[in-house]
Design a protein around this ligand. Structure first.
Ligand code: NAD
Length: 502
């Protein structure tokens, strides 16, 4: 495994990037400082937005398949730098190395997807009601795209947005989480390498980083020169950002909090369900938007699967995420730990029976917040938990009827990911029907956590309604133009309207 200096060197980060700044970055591994980066001032942020507007004006003229070529080169560089960037993700946000690598793989996958998409930015042709007329839809570049991202996917979210935004002809301005600015600076280095190889068609400032906290994000959000804001983070953040963008009639893609549930039917393959539940709840230390937070288990199989989950939670290998044997790394910081403690206190007050929880390895890592995963069993036919705590807490509820389990699963403000484990086709089809799950993601015999880039990713209700990544999410990064051409010598009006100006 590379050490910090080797990682920085491999990614082209130099002392001027990571030293002498005013934003200290701590690794969640042990709380030690790994960098001190320089934040943009509000004036610098505004100047960078102006630069992005200029970059857009040049980039939109480059043919889309040629724009795809830049993304193809970026994908190749990511393949070369996968280990270094994966390790940096681990160092800066604390997810285990396998998941750090997985995140970079997701970047590579979206590059491949976007390269193909660059030849498929096509619109419809539509028959006209008027003789000798043709109608068509033309998809146009939008402008600078503002990206705001969360700490827990410090690089993949940028690439989902950037790769599509670029092939669509847009420039990009990224405000990464203040907890993970170093991975962002590394991505910028890799992007610059790609531009250098690509040549002069890529204008300067095609992708720009705004380093800073919430105030810098607010500048991006309120700037009318940025027609689209794609914001990933908590629902509390999205509520403010969504309203501020709407107030200036901007577009937004909001990817916010989740409160994801798995339904375990009496007809489930319990081995499969068990694997899906354990990965979904303790993976990334419970810090994925798609983490499994709630379980609705049929009463007939409850006593069979719950003890297995408790055993897995008690035995999961917790430790330094750079160590390949570790399955669960630390929480991002002390605040996160306090949130977990508070949520468990509330669960207890509400009658929950808790197994696990509490801090782990405090002696070895006094500055790192390692925790034991917690299972909370809650009785009652209407038991539920409606808030997202970004930590490895899994709430287990019993159910009798599938209809009731689906109702309780949906009866929360969030609507990101959901799953059912069942071998019963009627149950599986019910779950994905119009009266089934109300989430953006509804899986059968797969857990809630993670997704392939080929599908549109996102969720409903307080998750924000945005869609990113695959399917036709690219359209969110473009302007739809409807164009009618008249190739006759008359000027018939639509709807048969007569208007004789003579
Ligand atoms: P957060 O909301 O604290 O911060 C996210 C980003 O928003 C940061 O860059 C922050 O600086 C910025 N920000 C905060 N307030 C802002 C404002 N008023 N204007 C502009 N920018 C602002 O989230 P976090 O703690 O970094 O991440 C965890 C949350 O993100 C969880 O709720 C998780 O579910 C969610 N998340 C969602 C997805 C998804 O795709 N749905 C993916 C990853 C994380």
């Amino acid at each position: 495994m590379m050490n910090k200096e080797e990682i920085y060197a491999a990614l082209g980060l130099t002392a001027s990037d990571i030293e002498g700044g005013n934003l200290a970055v701590q690794t969640p591994i042990d709380g030690s400082e790994i960098a001190n980066v320089t934040m943009d001032t509000p004036a610098e942020a505004k100047a960078k937005i102006a630069q992005s507007v200029e970059a857009f004006k040049a980039w939109r003229n480059v043919p889309a398949p040629r724009r795809g070529e830049l993304v193809r080169i970026l994908g190749n560089i990511l393949r070369e730098k996968k280990e270094a960037l994966g390790a940096l993700v681990t160092l800066e946000c604390g997810k285990i190395y396998q998941e750090g690598l997985g995140e970079v793989q997701e970047m590579i996958d979206i590059c491949d997807f976007a390269v193909g998409q660059s030849r498929m930015l096509h619109g419809l042709t539509i028959v006209s009601e008027r003789p000798l007329h043709k109608m068509r839809e033309i998809w146009q570049p939008l402008g600078p795209v503002g990206i705001i991202s969360a700490f827990n996917f410090p690089v993949a979210v940028w690439s989902w947005n950037t790769c599509l935004a670029l092939v669509c002809g847009n420039s990009v301005i990224w405000k990464p989480s203040e907890k993970t600015p170093v991975t962002a600076l590394a991505c910028q280095k890799l992007f610059e390498m790609a531009c250098a190889e690509f040549g002069d068609d890529a204008p300067e400032n095609l992708s720009i980083i705004l380093t800073g906290e919430r105030d810098i994000g607010e500048i991006l959000v309120s700037d009318e020169r940025v027609p689209l804001i794609s914001a990933t983070g908590s629902s509390a953040m999205g509520k403010i950002v969504g309203q501020n963008v709407a107030a200036r009639f901007g577009k937004s893609i909001l990817e916010l909090g989740g409160n994801n549930a798995i339904i375990v039917s009496k007809d489930a393959d319990l081995d499969l369900a068990y694997q899906g539940i354990v990965f979904g709840s303790v993976g990334t230390c419970g810090q994925r938007c798609t983490t499994t937070r709630r379980l609705f288990i049929h009463e007939d199989v409850y006593d069979e699967i719950v003890p297995r989950i408790k055993k897995a939670f008690a035995g999961v290998s917790i430790g330094n995420p750079l160590d390949e044997a570790t399955l669960m790394g630390p929480l991002i910081d002390e605040d996160s730990f306090n949130n977990m403690e508070n949520a468990l206190k509330v669960a207890k007050e509400n009658g929950g029976v808790i197994t696990g929880g509490g801090r782990s390895m405090a002696d070895e890592y006094p500055g790192g917040y390692y925790v034991n995963p917690a299972l909370v069993e809650m009785d009652g036919t209407d038991a539920n938990v409606k808030t997202e705590t970004f930590a490895p807490i899994l709430y287990a509820f019993k159910y009798t009827d599938l209809e009731d389990a689906i109702h309780r699963q949906n009866d929360v403000p969030q609507g990101l990911s959901s799953a059912i484990f069942t071998k019963n086709m009627l149950e599986a089809e019910t779950f994905t029907s119009e009266f089934g799950s109300d989430c953006g993601i509804a899986n059968v015999n797969i857990g809630t956590s993670g997704a392939e880039i080929g599908g549109a990713f996102g969720g409903e209700k307080e998750t924000g309604g945005g869609r990113e990544s695959g399917s036709d999410a690219w359209r969110g990064y473009m302007r739809r133009m409807t164009s009618t051409t008249n190739y006759s010598t008359e000027l018939p009006l639509a709807q048969g309207i007569k208007f004789d100006a003579e």
